[in-house]
Write a protein that binds this ligand. Structure first.
Ligand code: PLP
Length: 455
């Protein structure tokens, strides 16, 4: 029998997979699938290493508290390690982080402390300064601090690097990764360069991050913003050795998301947004070669945390990451076209409870009501509230009884300013083409449309 006797024994030894269905030019490209770690990401490795090192150095005693400032994968890795080793874990995060991330951390046993997201480094309530201060004030506490902790790098020198070296049978031309803390780049990069003179380190950096320009041109530009998560920086982390990098590629959010989606479609590998950036850089590198190079790209985590973003066509359209068909009329503002079966609707005979459940599920506050594909009303949360306020039993009544039948209809060729009259009444616009219902336009659809115009 071969089995692990503790979940922590399953950290590391992740698979390496060659990509055969994507155009890699003359090269062979291999993906190191780090989402196979039990906590779902590459960060399990450093969580274990940083805690074991703190134990070895006497920085934490049994029953002590680990403290870290992160809403990301490191928090989940630490939660896994803390639970198995009997430590408490306190995670400090800025209050803009998604509920999903908070629930995930709490479900794994972490205590989550929220702090302000509108303050910068140096402010006492900035999440990293806050975590460091609590660690000082709490007895038997250890501030993990992945950005400055050498055990982060060491996890990759002892684990990730040697694994890749073995799996590639001591023959690797290039290693491609991103930088969050720089642990992966510094650890794997230094190990591979020590083992093999020819191995190049390629940095994949999101557009807006300062690192790629620093590597390629030696200049420190002002940071912009990007939506890819986990990589890219507005400073150079303490443990990050950028002198190891031979070449850096700056990759747009749009290309990162598209590449991640392509990897799923072509290879069946379901990856997170940073993997899209890394793979896009790896493909640039591969396609610019004139002879066969053996290239490894890191896949830090899986796509399941990003389903409602990069894998959601509506989000991608709203953000302008997917090109939509251009009509030159109000159809350009409709986020869900009825003709494409995208609208979420109610029927007149279903109950209020069914309609409200659907609104909650899709995170919307109104539904067009359709009978035989013809619009006959609209029902929103206020209609339902008025119906059930004194009579909760009305939840079982049909939608037709409480829906608004007087509709604010606009033809698809109407000017945009006509929408403002509708919104001023707190209504949504019902867009029609003759008899045909095309979709609805809300205030936020108009805002998204205007924002797409500037980008
Ligand atoms: C999703 C994801 N990708 C990549 C990284 C970068 O790894 P490192 O911190 O080793 O630079 C991180 C780190 O936060 C991450 O969460």
């Amino acid at each position: 029998m071969t089995f692990a006797s503790n979940i922590l024994d399953s950290i590391g030894n992740t698979p390496l997979q060659e990509l055969r269905n994507i155009d890699t030019g003359p090269c062979r490209l291999f993906a190191k699938l780090e989402y196979h770690n039990p906590g779902g990401s590459i960060k399990d490795r450093i969580a274990l290493s940083m805690v074991q090192t703190a134990e070895r150095d006497g920085l934490i005693q049994p029953g002590g508290t680990l403290i870290e400032a992160t809403a990301g994968n490191t928090g989940l890795g630490l939660a896994l390690v803390a639970a198995q080793k009997g430590y408490k874990l306190l995670i400090v995060i800025p209050d803009k982080m998604s509920q999903e991330k908070v629930f995930h951390l709490q479900a794994m046993g972490a205590e989550v402390l929220m702090t302000r997201s509108d303050v910068v480094k140096g402010h006492p309530e900035y999440y990293q300064d806050y975590a460091a201060r609590i660690a000082q004030e709490t007895p038997n506490a250890f501030y993990v601090n992945q950005f400055a902790n050498p055990a982060n790098v060491q996890a990759h020198v002892e684990g990730t690097g040697p694994e890749i070296w073995q799996q590639m049978e001591h023959n690797i031309d290039a290693f491609v990764c991103g930088v969050g803390t720089g642990g992966t780049l510094t650890g794997v990069g230094s190990y591979l360069k020590k083992m093999s003179e020819k191995t190049q380190v390629i940095l994949a950096d999101p557009e807006g991050s300062v690192l790629a320009d620093y590597v390629n041109e030696g200049v420190m530009r002002e940071a912009g913003s990007w939506q890819v998560e986990g990589i890219g920086e507005d400073f150079i982390p303490d443990i990050c050795d950028l002198s190891l990098v031979d070449r850096a590629y700056s990759i747009s959010d749009q290309l990162s998301f598209a590449t991640g989606r392509e990897l799923l479609a072509r290879e069946g590998i379901f990856v997170g947004s940073s993997s899209g950036t890394i793979l896009a850089a790896a493909l640039h590198y591969c396609r610019s070669q004139t002879e066969c190079k053996r290239v490894v790209a890191i896949i830090p985590d899986s796509g399941n945390k990003y389903i409602s973003k990069m894998y959601n066509d509506h989000w991608m359209l709203d953000q302008g990451f997917i090109e939509r068909k251009h009509y030159g009329d109000l159809r350009d503002l409709i986020s869900r076209l009825h003709r494409k079966h995208e609208t979420v609707v109610a029927t007149p005979d279903e109950t209020l409870i069914a309609a409200q459940t659907r609104m909650k599920m899709h995170d919307i506050s109104q539904l067009p009501v359709l009978q035989d594909d013809h619009i006959c009303g609209i029902i929103d949360e206020s209609d339902i509230l008025l119906a059930v306020n004194d009579h909760p039993e009305h939840f079982r009544d049909p939608v037709s009884k409480y829906m608004t039948k007087k509709l604010d209809v606009v033809v698809h060729t109407a000017p945009i300013k006509q929408l403002l009259q509708t919104f001023a009444k707190d209504h949504v616009a019902i867009v029609m083409h003759g008899d045909e219902f095309l979709g609805i336009i809300t205030r936020s659809d108009l805002l998204n449309y205007l924002r797409r115009k500037i980008s």
